[in-house]
Ligand binder design. Structure first.
Ligand code: NAP
Length: 452
C-alpha cells in the first residue's frame, strides 16, 4: 500500500509537532508536505518568541530533526487559499491538517484605537523579530512614556523589549532597526495596564521575574494594588504555583526603592483603557479604574466610573491573538477558530486542525505537542478505518507542478537551510545567533530555487 500523503498547512510548532507525529507512524506510513506562506519555517518560534529568549527558540532543533525524517518536504512562500485552494489540497493529498495559528490581534473596541502611535502588540513583536511583512513599519519611540495594554506574556515581552539596554540587546537577533530604535529611544517610563488584579494576571512567574531584574529599568509596583479583595484572596489560597509565585514576587518588589535606572516599568492593575486620545496621533490614554466582582463563578472587572488620563506617545495593545478564516474551510466566528472535535474539523472531509487555530491562542510552545499528537492520532485512526479513502486521481497534479504552472516560486527545505546558513554566518562575527534576512526580496533571493 502506498504511503498516506498529508499536507500540513502552517510550519509553526503545531505544524512541526503534527508532521513529526505523522512521520513516526508505521501503520500507515505517511509522507508529509508542510506548507507555509512565509519562505521560512517555525512560525512564532522564529517571529514571535522574544529575541532575548534564545533558550526558548532552541526548540527549533527538534523541528530540524523532524525535517530530516524521510518523507518530509517543505513548501515555503506558498499561501493556502490563494496559491493553492483547500479543494486542490484535498485532491492532491489524503488529508489536510491546518496549523495556521492565530494570525491577527484582538481589538479593544475603544475610541482612538487606530490613531497613529497605537499599535497591536503583534505588529511590534513581528517588527523586532524581522518578519518580512512588518520590516517597513516605523515605530516612533521618541516619546517619554509608552503604555502596554494587557497582562499576558506578550505584554510582558513588549514591556521588556522596550526596556532592554544596548548590552542586553547585543547578543540577540533583534533586528538592527528595532535595536537602534529601542536603545536610542526617549522612553523613560513604560506602563503596563491590567484590567483585573495581580491574582488574575495571565503572565507567568519567570517572565515577571525578568522584569524585576532588568539592567536598565526599575520595576514599580504599588503596594495598594496588592491588597486583595476576598475572592482574589480565596483564589490565591487555592493556587500553589503560578499565581502564588506571581503575587509573592510582586510583594517582594512593591516596597523596593527605585534604584534610579534610566527607565521605569510601572505595573498598574484594575485599570482598563477607555479611550486613546490625540490630535492626529497618540497623545494620551484615558484609563478607567475597576473593581473586581464575581459573575457566574468568574472574577470580572467592573468600572467604578473613576477615570484618569495618562500622557503617552506610544500604545501597544496586547490583549490576545485571534484566528482568521481560510477560504473553503469552516470557521467559528465566535471563537475565531476552526470548529473541530479534538482536531477533526466539523463538517469538512479529511480535514484536521491543531494548535491555536484548533483551541485558541493559549498555552506555551510545548502545549502544541500534545495538541498536535491528539489530532494526528485521530487522523491515523480515520486512515486505518478507511475514512480517508477517496477517489485518488493518479493523474492529479503534484503540488510542485501545480505551483510551477502558476508561477509560484516556492522555497524548499534546502532553500530555508540556505537562508538559515546565511543568517548564522552574518551573526557569528557579531556574537549574535543570526542576523535575520528581514525582507521578502532577500529571503527569496537566498531561498528560492535551491533544491536538494
Ligand atoms: P493572554 O495570556 O491571553 O493575555 C491576554 C491579556 O489581555 C490578559 O491579561 C487579558 O485580561 C487582557 N485583555 C483581554 N481583553 C482586554 C481588554 N478588553 N482590556 C484590557 N485587557 C484585556 O495572551 P497573550 O499575552 O497574547 O499570550 C498568548 C499565549 O502565548 C499565552 O498562552 C502566553 O502564555 C503565551 N506566551 C508565552 C510566552 C512565554 O512563555 N515566555 C511569551 C509570549 C506568549 P483578562 O485576563 O482580564 O481577560
Amino acid at each position: 500500500m502506498s504511503a498516506l500523503r498529508v499536507a500540513v498547512v502552517g510550519s509553526g510548532p503545531a505544524g512541526f509537532y503534527a508532521a513529526d507525529a505523522l512521520l513516526k507512524s508505521e501503520d500507515p506510513a505517511v509522507e508529509v508536505d508542510v506548507i507555509d506562506r512565509l519562505p521560512t519555517p517555525w512560525g512564532l518560534v522564529r517571529l514571535g518568541v522574544a529575541p532575548d529568549h534564545e533558550n526558548i527558540k532552541a526548540v527549533s532543533r527538534a523541528f530540524e530533526k523532524t525535517a530530516a525524517r524521510p518523507g518530509f518536504r517543505f513548501f515555503g512562500n506558498v499561501e493556502a487559499g490563494k496559491d493553492v485552494t483547500h479543494g486542490e489540497l484535498l485532491r492532491i493529498y489524503d488529508a489536510v491538517v491546518y496549523t495556521v495559528g492565530a494570525q491577527t490581534d484582538r481589538r479593544l473596541g475603544i475610541p482612538g484605537e487606530d490613531l497613529p502611535g497605537s499599535w497591536p502588540a503583534t505588529a511590534f513583536v513581528a517588527w523586532y523579530n524581522g518578519h518580512p511583512d512588518f520590516e517597513a513599519l516605523e515605530f516612533d519611540l521618541s516619546h517619554e512614556r509608552a503604555v502596554v495594554i494587557g497582562n499576558g506574556n506578550v505584554a510582558i515581552d513588549c514591556v521588556r523589549m522596550l526596556a532592554l539596554t544596548a548590552e542586553e540587546l547585543a547578543p540577540t537577533d533583534t533586528t538592527d532597526a528595532a535595536a537602534r530604535g529601542i536603545v536610542g529611544s526617549g522612553l523613560k517610563e513604560i506602563v503596563m495596564l491590567g484590567r483585573r488584579g495581580p491574582v488574575q494576571a495571565a503572565f507567568t512567574p519567570p517572565e515577571l521575574k525578568e522584569l524585576a531584574e532588568l539592567a536598565g529599568a526599575d520595576l514599580i509596583v504599588d503596594p495598594a494594588d496588592l491588597e486583595l479583595d476576598p475572592a482574589s484572596e480565596r483564589d490565591l489560597e487555592a493556587d500553589r504555583e503560578r499565581v502564588r509565585r506571581n503575587v509573592d514576587l510582586l510583594r517582594e518588589c512593591a516596597p523596593r526603592e527605585p534604584e534610579g535606572k534610566p527607565r521605569r516599568i510601572v505595573l498598574r492593575f484594575l485599570a482598563s483603557p477607555v479611550a486613546i486620545l490625540g490630535d492626529g496621533k497618540v497623545e494620551a490614554i484615558e484609563v478607567g479604574r475597576n473593581v473586581l466582582v464575581e459573575e457566574d463563578g468568574r472574577i470580572v472587572a467592573r468600572p467604578t466610573g473613576e477615570v484618569e488620563t495618562i500622557e503617552c506617545g506610544l500604545v501597544l495593545r496586547s490583549v490576545g491573538y485571534q484566528g482568521v478564516p481560510l477560504a473553503g474551510v469552516p470557521f467559528d466566528e465566535g471563537r475565531r477558530t476552526i470548529p473541530n472535535d479534538h482536531g477533526r474539523v466539523a463538517g469538512a472531509e479529511r480535514t484536521y486542525a491543531a494548535g491555536w487555530i484548533k483551541r485558541g491562542p493559549s498555552g506555551v510552545i510545548g502545549t502544541n505537542k500534545k495538541d498536535a499528537t491528539e489530532t494526528v492520532e485521530l487522523l491515523l485512526e480515520d486512515a486505518r478505518a478507511g475514512a480517508l479513502d477517496h477517489a485518488r486521481d493518479d493523474s492529479a497534479q503534484s503540488l510542485e507542478t501545480l505551483l510551477e504552472e502558476r508561477g509560484v516560486e516556492f522555497v524548499e527545505y534546502a532553500g530555508w537551510q540556505a537562508i538559515d546558513a546565511a543568517e548564522r554566518a552574518d551573526g557569528a562575527p557579531l556574537g549574535r545567533p543570526r542576523v535575520k534576512l528581514g525582507t521578502w526580496t532577500r529571503l527569496l533571493e537566498v531561498g528560492r530555487r535551491i533544491t536538494p
